[in-house]
Design a protein around this ligand. Structure first.
Ligand SMILES: Nc1ncnc2c1ncn2[C@@H]1O[C@H](COP(=O)(O)OP(=O)(O)OP(=O)(O)O)[C@@H](O)[C@H]1O
Length: 232
């Protein structure tokens, strides 16, 4: 697969106190798994907000191929614990992505897609359990299933493994990589976890205070990464 899904052209975001992104230009091909890394405050979330259309860049642009409307985006947020008493089952939580939202009212095609996505995210056995009682890794898989329910072309993980235990982190990224390879969904993953990025990505984008680097993940020099605090 050799076609582009998006390209950024000389992006710059000027906040009152500081400017980030440093005329950022990179191209992302369909089916690739891109990890965005860099120390705290370097502009990773700002870039994601620009890609999502929530923030207008001060300079430059993001181009989608063939156009923005044709690229469906799924978003997996950073893990936040869900209360033990949260009333929805895993299945009903995932089904919130559909217009009809509660399982008995799903259209047959939605019901079929729900079953498929529960299977893809290894939640079939847990589907009738209350989400509040699930483990951190299972809850995060439910967010992943929600993001996948509408069959996105581009899946964005925004520090989605932060706060999970090391085994759940690896399981989640392994699963995302498997889906990326099986279905061809393009992935952008913002992470502070360099070893996991190296294990599962094709490309990297390292944002730095005064520049950036973009390339195949095997070219990422760990010494150039200043590190960043894990969000806990
Ligand atoms: N709306 C805003 N107004 C002013 N400054 C902002 C705004 N949004 C972000 N910033 C600043 O811009 C810089 C980049 O923020 P951003 O959240 O993109 O960094 P990040 O790389 O995602 O950091 P982290 O790894 O800590 O999540 C930070 O210094 C932040 O304080």
């Amino acid at each position: 697969m050799n076609d582009l899904i998006l390209a950024t052209h000389e992006l710059q975001e000027q906040f009152t106190e500081k400017s980030v992104l440093n005329n950022l230009s990179f191209e992302l091909y369909r089916g690739r798994f891109l990890s965005i890394v860099g120390e705290n405050g370097v502009g990773k979330t700002t870039l994601i907000r620009i890609i999502l259309g929530q923030l207008k860049p001060t300079r430059g642009s993001v181009e989608f191929f063939p156009n923005r409307k044709a690229v469906k985006i799924g978003y997996v947020p950073q893990f936040r614990n869900i209360d033990d008493e949260y009333p929805l089952s895993v299945k009903n939580f995932v089904a919130l992505s559909f217009a009809h939202s509660v399982v008995p009212w799903l259209q047959p095609a939605e019901r079929k897609r729900l079953d498929a996505v529960l299977d893809e995210t290894e939640l079939t056995k847990l589907q009738n359990e209350p989400l509040g009682r699930a483990s951190g890794g299972e809850k995060q898989r439910a967010y992943l299933a929600q993001a996948l329910a509408l069959a996105p072309d581009l899946l964005i993980l925004d520090e989605s493994t932060a706060s999970l235990d090391p085994i759940a982190k690896e399981q989640l990224l392994r699963l995302v990589r498997k889906l990326n390879q099986q279905t061809g969904v393009t992935v952008i993953s913002v992470t502070h976890d360099i070893p996991l990025a190296q294990q599962f990505s094709d490309d990297y984008l390292l944002l730095q205070p005064n520049g950036y680097q973009f390339g195949p993940i095997k070219q990422l020099q760990v010494s150039e990464y200043q590190g960043g605090e894990q969000h806990v």
